[in-house]
Design a protein around this ligand. Structure first.
Ligand code: RB5
Length: 152
């Protein structure tokens, strides 16, 4: 059992580089009955990823969504933008080990994926791990607190 429950909502967003992968992930969330709020982009057109990143990040910080997923071409631009929002720990990951351990050790609240880097099967496995893994706390809490102090 993870802290994430079926009452919780995932905030999700993408730019044009992540549009197709976002649709695959939405299908995956629907199949599992996981609630999500889609912050766009809703059609495949060029958008500036920071605009989408800030919407998803705000939904997570405000608590309307428990965790977030952001997808651009590499996952990197989205993570850079989201990490500017106080309270966000956004991790750009390309494989399952990091997707799991960024929850366990960093208490990351947004997973950033690259639509031009990974395929849908790996991405969906990463999403499952990210959602179903809880922060370990303990010595990692001190380190996350040090990150939080950097925001002050
Ligand atoms: C858009 O072409 C691309 O730059 C963007 O999706 C992302 O990869 C940026 O980090």
């Amino acid at each position: 059992m993870s802290d994430f429950s079926m009452n919780d909502t995932i905030a999700i967003g993408c730019d044009h580089g992540g549009f197709e992968l976002k649709n695959e992930i939405l299908k995956h969330l629907q199949e599992r009955g996981i609630k999500y709020k889609d912050f766009g982009v809703l059609e495949n057109r060029s958008v500036d990823y920071p605009e989408i990143a800030v919407k998803v990040a705000n939904a997570v910080v405000e608590g309307t969504c428990k965790l977030g997923i952001l997808i651009c071409g590499t996952g990197i631009g989205m993570s850079l933008a989201a990490n500017k929002i106080k309270g966000i720990r956004a991790a750009a990951c390309s494989e399952t080990f990091s997707a799991k351990f960024t929850r366990l050790h960093n208490d990351s609240n947004i997973l950033c994926l690259g639509g031009r880097v990974i395929g849908p099967a790996v991405a969906c496995e990463m999403v499952d791990l990210f959602i179903n893994t809880d922060f370990e706390g303990g010595r990692h809490q001190r380190r996350v607190d040090m990150i939080k102090a950097l925001e002050e």
